[in-house]
Design a protein around this ligand. Sequence first.
Ligand code: 5GP
Length: 190
Amino acid sequence: MADGIWYEDDIARVVVTEEQIRVKTEELAKQVAADYATVERVLLVGVLKGAVMFMADFARALGRCGRPVELEFMAVSSYGQRATSSGVVRILKDLDRDIAGRRVIVVEDIVDSGLTLSWLLRYLASRSAATVDVVALLRKPDAIQVQVPVKYVGFDIPNEFVVGYGLDFAEGYRELPYVGVLKPGVYARA
Ligand code: 5GP
């Protein structure tokens, strides 16, 4: 165990460092703060559980840029391995409040196929949000092929399974301060 930190030995490679996340989060917040300068309170909607770290840091970064925010969380589950474009997504936790007329920003950890996100955007539109933008910390190559409008993107990463900074493998590794790839042996153990 390196440095007494349990997960270090399980990580093959760091894809995005803690410092890169910190700097990028500030950059994204500055852009959003400028674009939303006239909005009294931006409503951030995070999708549990993966987005929780990014949501917390992004909200505080917006605060430092002088933009007041409100936070809402949703939890959804896809039927089967993947959500389908026909929208087969089950809501496990809905919004606590009415969002009609609100300027909403969806805060996403990662956009892969984009299918979950496209369902979510349709759902938020059906709840009469005034506008919906998306900020995603990570984006994988497949996402570029589907028509999901992700206005603010942190990092384009290769098509491999990553963990950390909210993203899990079998519910573990969410607390890592960086995003990394697991050693193959970890999957063999699972
Ligand atoms: P999509 O509908 O865009 O294919 O899937 C998005 C969701 O799949 C993310 O919010 C995340 O929960 C999960 N996901 C996609 N890629 C990864 C990955 O590399 N690692 C982990 N841990 N989850 C991922």
